[in-house]
Design a protein around this ligand. Sequence first.
Ligand code: SIN
Length: 327
Amino acid sequence: MREQSRTDFFTILPGEKISMDLSTTIAGVQFPTCFMNASGALCVTREELYALGRSRAGAIVTKSMTVEPRAGNPEPRYFGFPGGSINSMGLPNLGYRAYAELIPELAQFGKPVIASIAGLCEDDFLTMARVIDQARPDLIEVNLSCPNIPGKPQIAYDPVDSERLLKRLRPLITVPMGVKLPPYFDPAHHVVMADVIRRSGVDYLNLINSVGNGLVVNPRQDSPVIKPKGGFGGLGGSLIKPVALANVRAFWKLLEGRIPIIGTGGIMQGVDAFEHVLCGAWAVQVGTVLVEEGVGVFERLERELMEALAMRGQPSLHECRGKLKEL
Ligand code: SIN
């Protein structure tokens, strides 16, 4: 079989400036570009949130907040390695009252603010939703998938608990409500969760959180590379891209492209974002590469995505959404 040759693509001359519309709309909210931070990466403190505001990120996503402020898990709790990262941060955050005060300030940056909430029990979500909704973020993201709290299973692996919680939250949230899900590894699980999402009034999905409970070993020290949970943590970066793409694709098909999806997982270069969009993503979030490179990464990713679209003769992001071909 013939490999696709490079001559199938258009050429961009060195130094040629390309300009393309990378804006996107999710649940009626307009984003100036499709790139934003994943909740967790450089978004805990006021300084970090302001830095995202000043950057080229298309939105400001808060760290997943809990009712009480948390220092998070013991260090070392993040480790980057070629191909990816492992983390067990344990939801370090300022507590929802602090974010309720900060969110109105973030409006000055003129881009959407996504408030991520992660309760340690069902009632925590309800308590936070009532107050955070009044702070008027543009969207609220319900994180049902943090793998790093000892003794707290990821809620989204239980469809009954997930549906009950989402249905209790729905009437309390007046802005668009999204849900951040963990990766699923079997089509039967995609089907069950897509049904839950359809029944629960969810406005958008964020797919996927880190691949939970991986273990990275340092063979020189006979030990894991992070301390919490005996070294178990969430995997991110390039190595999880195929899992993220599969989840974006599966939910895009099951929900027939009717519920917007933010693709998260394995976006290190512009072309990775293009792949997410082909599979059905409206926008993308970056975690590992943001931690590794800082907020300057958004400019690079934008340029690379424009190049990837131009090389393929694609006039805009929207036209490629969901257009993955079958072989
Ligand atoms: C963490 O703080 O442990 C990561 C957050 C998440 O995976 O949702």
